[in-house]
Write a protein that binds this ligand. Structure first.
Ligand code: PLP
Length: 357
């Protein structure tokens, strides 16, 4: 039986996408070749990557002033690659420190510019998103982590700024509509809401691409290479891009980002309502910042946690243990997570509380 997989990443993919991808591994479109065996320069893959770009633009509502790129090395590579491409020595960029990933982004940008951390929730173990801040004067961009995967907080309202926002959207891209005009650059590792690990999506507004860099960039870390070569300078991750394209088709068929948002809100409400009404459990973050993707909670009595985990596992729920820096539980309920699976976890919580109460 297929498990209810609450893994934070790599995470659950839609069942229909897995089916189609599995078939494509055996025989892609009846061509007598596996998707793993085709050329990245052949017309089959060209069609795949073109469709992935077109779907990305359609779903996000991007016009012709954006490039959609596929890179490797994960979001972790973008922490420095983005900075190398957007900053000259001495250029200022502002960041908020809202969790482990934001912190790494700050650290890895520092060698390339004058990085200002304008707000942090570190002292509260990142259990909220700081709001009353302004970018440092002269900043070229404001870096914000959209969803803090480990701590379970998410930006619910994007600020209006007069500089472009650069955002790490690894764990909530395509989960709801966004005001794209606020963003100069978006990056996301695929393995949470887009596809398998191994590919990273970078969406860059054309005016963000710098032609006046004061330093050399090797071609593999230069966005201009990916733009000029349509992300085909070297062999790209063909299969992850293919599966990502299938997921984007699935998102479109489910009503696009509005459709995703509506189901994601239902799923999250179901789980948070149970956490709030069940006396044995409590949430770990500020209510207004609660993530729709990663739901973090603990047992009021920590001694209950191991026992609850056994119950949930019996019900087929797996990979929902909290990150070691938070403890308790983290149920990741990305786009592909069916509401039925969330219901199974909620029912288990109800039964656990009956037994203990
Ligand atoms: C998972 C994650 C990362 C790291 O992604 P990799 O692709 O493994 O490098 C970075 N940022 C956020 C918000 C994440 O959720």
């Amino acid at each position: 039986m297929k498990k209810h997989n609450f893994n934070p990443g790599p995470s659950i993919l839609p069942a229909s996408v897995l089916q189609e991808a599995a078939q494509a591994i055996i025989d892609y479109q009846g061509k007598g070749l596996s998707i793993l065996e085709i050329s990245h320069r052949g017309f089959e893959f060209t069609a795949i990557i073109e469709e992935a770009i077109a779907l990305t633009k359609e779903l996000l509502g991007l016009g012709d002033d954006h490039h959609v790129l596929f890179t490797t090395g994960g979001a972790s590579t973008q922490f420095y690659m983005m900075a190398m491409n957007l900053l000259n020595k001495g250029d200022i960029a502002s960041y908020t420190d809202t969790g482990t990933w934001a912190n790494k982004a700050i650290k890895e940008a520092k060698p390339y510019g004058d990085i200002k951390v304008v707000a942090s929730s570190k002292d509260a173990n990142y259990n909220f998103i700081p709001k009353n801040w302004t970018p440092a004067p002269g900043s070229r961009f404001m870096h914000l982590t959209s969803n803090n995967t480990i701590f379970g907080t998410q930006i619910q309202e994007w600020p209006d700024l007069d500089i472009p926002i650069v955002s790490d959207m690894s764990s909530d891209i395509f989960s709801k509509p966004i005001a794209v005009e606020k963003f100069g650059l978006i990056y996301a590792g695929a393995q949470k809401n887009i596809g398998p690990s191994g590919v990273t999506m970078v969406i860059i507004r054309k005016d963000m691409v710098r032609t006046d860099l004061d330093h050399y960039l090797p071609p593999m870390v230069d966005y201009k290479t990916y733009i000029a070569e349509n992300s085909l300078y070297n062999t790209p991750p063909v299969f992850p891009i293919y599966v990502s394209m299938l997921t984007l088709r699935w998102i479109k068929a489910k009503g696009g980002l509005k459709g995703m948002q509506s189901i994601n809100e239902k799923k999250a409400a179901l789980l948070y309502d149970e956490i709030d009404s069940n006396p044995l459990f409590k949430g770990t973050v500020a209510r207004e910042d609660r993530s729709l993707m990663n739901v973090c909670f603990v047992c009021e009595n920590p001694d209950h946690e191991a026992e609850f985990e056994v119950d949930a596992k019996k019900a087929g729920c797996v990979n929902f243990k909290g990150h070691r820096s938070v403890g308790g539980f983290r149920a990741s309920i990305y786009n592909a997570m069916p509401i039925e699976s969330v219901q199974v976890l909620v029912d288990t919580m109800k039964e656990f509380s009956k037994r203990k109460g």
